[in-house]
Design a binder for this molecule. Structure first.
Ligand code: GLN
Length: 485
């Protein structure tokens, strides 16, 4: 029986009743990765080690870990000991980390097997996976279309059924938007829920790791393993981690969902609007109530993010200087020349643009006008969320204003076109709140995502509301046909 498109829950049952061994499962997953090489989801495979780990799992008797023997893929910005970690950048194209990121380590300690590292936008900057040094990732639903970004490789690998789940990171939408474009489920947890240790930093006050999977239930399984306090990350939350799987099946009678007045859905493609209206009805029939709410400062989210994120990135990326690790230019005259040439050769255009904007926003004389101002507006946005969560449990928006688009069709003349892709996702990063994207329809054979935003640390409510939706619909079961790959 093929393992392609199976969920973790289904694979667990197959492993437990011995209809498949972990070795067979890993072999099949690696085979699928080879078969769909043209999708370009993976930057580096981890074949030898994964085969070895699978056979040692097979030799050990019974496990009580749901993830034991399950293949996963990791976004290529999680450091993995002994396994190349590139951030899809030339500057790190030969970097082999000496340690493993906490989030990955926790997943591996739970018995899961990392079969490879997934392609992404360079340093997670992008919404289409077109900024990768290793080339575009195709959307499994349509060749030549973007998978979304920056976790495009992870989303495409799950969508194509190569692995049941993968890790991603989300600074302004990079888990949810590719999940939406590839027709899968993706969760950005509360800031601090998952340790950032060993995750190569883009914008440290916004970055958060989370799962991409076929179902909300599988996201809960991954989140259970990934979450928890880590003394190696000073921003990691020291709060109780509930069992996200345990409470996933609660009725949603009386659940109050807010619709954000400032997001004008009628501006969107009519088919995307129709999916949204249908999902509202669907939730109503399940017992939820909708109320209109106002977040007066939310329209400032995109400019606020595009001041803060580049500022933090310009500081974080200063460590890539050609001296300590990564690409080093040859034939340089002196130290300054080495810095300049290594960085000029090593970074792609979008990363350079962000470093320039960020350095400018942080420079003397402009700091107050841009960075400090953006942080003040960020606080106002956070306050707006605090206010609305006094009267609603969740907020609901589309994940993305549109479906996946063709390679090269957006942002080439004006990068702001691509920045606006994250219109609906960015505000929850600014406020540190959890949010999820679930599939809820298709337009022109391309998936459409629905976003739910939760209150601080209420991933349980997001996962529950998503699971109940998925129990009562079959959008998450739709599969790409992949015949062009
Ligand atoms: N698209 C946004 C950006 O380019 C968000 C990326 C992300 O979440 N990593 O910054």
């Amino acid at each position: 029986m093929s393992i392609q498109f199976k969920s973790i829950t289904e694979l667990r049952a197959m492993l437990d009743d011995k209809s498949i061994s972990s070795s067979e499962l890993i072999q099949e997953s690696l085979q699928l990765a080879k078969k769909y090489k043209e999708l370009n989801c993976f930057v580096t495979m981890n074949e030898k080690i994964s085969v070895k780990k699978a056979s040692s799992i097979d030799l050990n008797e019974k496990t009580n870990s749901t993830l034991s023997g399950i293949p996963l893929a990791q976004k290529d910005l999680f450091c993995t000991e002994g396994l190349r970690t590139t951030c899809s950048s030339k500057i790190l194209s030969n970097f082999i980390p000496p340690y493993t990121a906490t989030a990955v380590e926790k997943l591996e300690d739970a018995g899961s097997i990392t079969i490879g590292k997934t392609n992404m936008d360079e340093f997670a900057m992008g919404s289409s996976n077109e900024t990768s040094f290793f080339g575009n990732v195709h959307n499994p639903w349509k060749k030549g279309y973007v998978p979304g970004g920056s976790s495009g490789g992870s989303a495409a690998a799950v969508s194509a059924g190569i692995v049941p789940a993968a890790t991603g990171t989300d600074t302004g939408g990079s888990i949810r938007q590719p999940a939406a474009h590839c027709g899968i489920t993706g969760l950005k947890p509360t800031y601090g829920r998952v340790s950032r240790w060993g995750m190569i930093a883009f914008a440290s006050s916004l970055d958060q790791a989370g799962p991409l999977a076929r179902t909300a239930e599988d996201c809960a399984i991954l989140l259970n393993a990934m979450s928890g306090h880590d003394s190696k990350d000073t921003t990691s939350l020291n709060s109780n981690v509930p069992d996200f799987l345990e409470n996933i099946n609660q009725p949603i009678d009386g659940l109050k969902i807010g619709i954000i007045k400032e997001f004008d859905i009628s501006d969107l493609d009519t088919d995307v609007q129709a999916c949204f209206e249908d999902s509202k009805k669907n939730y109503e029939s399940l017992g939820a109530q909708f109320v209109e709410v106002s977040l007066p400062n939310i329209s400032a989210s995109v400019p606020t993010y595009y001041s803060i994120a580049p500022a933090e990135c310009s500081s974080n990326l200063s460590r890539f200087d050609g001296v300590r690790f990564g690409h080093r230019a040859e034939n340089t005259n002196d130290l300054n020349d080495l810095y300049i040439k290594s960085r000029s050769e090593g970074f792609g255009d979008e990363v350079k643009r962000r470093i320039l904007i960020g350095t400018y926003a942080l420079s003397a004389g402009y700091y107050d006008a841009y960075y400090k101002k953006a942080q003040q507006v960020r606080r106002l946005i956070k306050n707006d969320f605090d206010d609305v969560f006094k009267s609603v449990d969740l907020l609901m928006t589309p994940t993305s204003p549109n479906t996946a688009f063709k390679f090269g069709s957006k942002g080439t003349q004006n990068p702001v076109e691509l920045y606006l892709e994250d219109l609906f996702t960015i505000s929850s990063n600014l406020a540190g709140l959890p949010a999820i994207s679930i599939p809820h329809g298709q337009v022109n054979s391309l998936p459409v995502g629905l976003q739910l935003i939760g209150n601080f640390l209420r991933e349980d409510q997001l996962l529950n509301a998503s699971h109940i939706f998925q129990k009562n619909s079959d959008f998450h079961l739709a599969k790409p046909n992949l015949e062009d790959f």
